[in-house]
Design a protein around this ligand. Structure first.
Ligand code: FES
Length: 335
């Protein structure tokens, strides 16, 4: 038995050394672009605050946090694995994540709930276990109602409580947050952070009048297609039993409080910009210039000299990434 353990240890050590040598021997190492970044102006530490929430949320030591020094937190790109837990945990909405910005996720919600929202079940799923569990349900032909709509994130830890509240504000019938089983989370502790955050939200939503069955947190592994289908059937049944009128009545009762709690999210530049576009409200500052460029047609849009947006986050928000000159994005540090 003892010899076997030693043999296993040597084998594991060799594997680790092999993986390390791949990094050490490469002249260039490409990292995953799905990483978090901090808006220094929104980080409360840049105003003398003493917040270390992002630091505590990161299991990879990717956050540089110097509370009380006037320095904003920052992310070490090479260490960030892109789970997005720090993004959802930040109470100042000062952190975002490339490809999964608040603006992009809110835009998906608006699109998915544009028609008959009270009949829809919105499912936020991590792309590893739960996303694959949903795929498994499809490929295995497990039947579940067609009123479910998935929004994929890297980890359940990325699901901000604001996203759930925004879904109900938009009239969703039900909302599911689904991740890996806690011990299987691809990002070590993301699922645990999601659980704490979402558990807190259960009570808050119930107080606002949202029936308990309309909001759930689940764990579904890649092989649990049948479980995924069952959860979807159960949630759809809750929505059907309540009926569109019942769902609307609950959502309308909760609306004033939801709108109040979501006020901070609207301060995030890209979310605010998107909301103003959707609601036809006047655009602010540089946003109007981008919108004018957009109205002129993509062929004449944002060039090196025309783009007026100063930040990466704002650059993401213009939604013209495909037309934006590569040198503009590089100059702004965009992707
Ligand atoms: Fe699935 Fe974290 S990766 S919950």
């Amino acid at each position: 038995m003892r010899r076997r353990v030693i043999r296993q240890s040597v084998s594991q050590g060799s594997g680790a050394a092999g993986r390390a040598s791949r990094v050490l021997n490469a002249s260039k190492w490409e990292i995953d672009p799905i990483i978090a970044y901090v808006d220094p102006e929104r980080c409360i530490n840049s105003r003398g605050g003493k917040c270390d929430i992002c630091y505590r949320a990161c299991p990879y030591g990717a956050v540089i946090n110097l509370p009380g020094t006037g320095q904003p937190s920052s992310i070490i790109p090479a260490k960030c694995h892109g789970c997005g837990t720090c993004v959802a945990e930040c109470p100042q909405n000062a952190i975002s994540q490339h490809h999964f910005t608040d603006g992009q996720i809110v835009a998906q919600l608006h699109a998915l709930l544009a028609e008959k929202p009270e009949e829809k079940v919105i499912a936020f799923t991590c792309r590893w276990c739960s996303g694959m569990g949903a795929d498994n349900a499809g490929t295995s032909h497990f039947e579940y109602p067609a009123n479910t709509r998935n929004i994929l994130v890297m980890c359940a830890g990325r699901v901000d409580a604001d996203f759930v509240m925004e879904a109900f504000r938009l009239g969703a019938g039900a909302v599911l947050v689904s991740g890996c089983h806690p011990q299987d989370c691809h990002y070590i502790s993301g699922r645990n952070f999601a659980e704490t955050r979402i558990t807190r939200l259960f009570g808050q939503l119930e107080k606002l009048g949202i029936s308990p069955g309309r909001f759930r947190l689940e764990s579904v592994s890649a092989t649990e297609g049948a479980k995924w289908a069952r959860i979807m059937r159960e949630m759809s049944t809750v929505v059907q039993e309540l009926g569109p009128e019942g769902v609307r009545a609950e959502n309308e009762k909760a609306l004033p409080q939801l709108a109040k709690r979501l006020a901070r999210m609207r301060e995030v530049p890209e979310v605010g910009y998107f909301m103003r576009l959707v609601e036809g409200a006047p655009l602010k500052g540089a946003e109007a210039g981008v919108q004018q460029a957009r109205d002129k047609g993509l062929s004449q849009t944002v060039g090196v000299t025309e783009c007026q947006l100063p930040e990466v986050t704002a650059c993401d928000a213009c939604q013209l990434a495909a037309a934006c000159a590569p040198e503009t994005k590089q100059a702004k540090g965009g992707k």
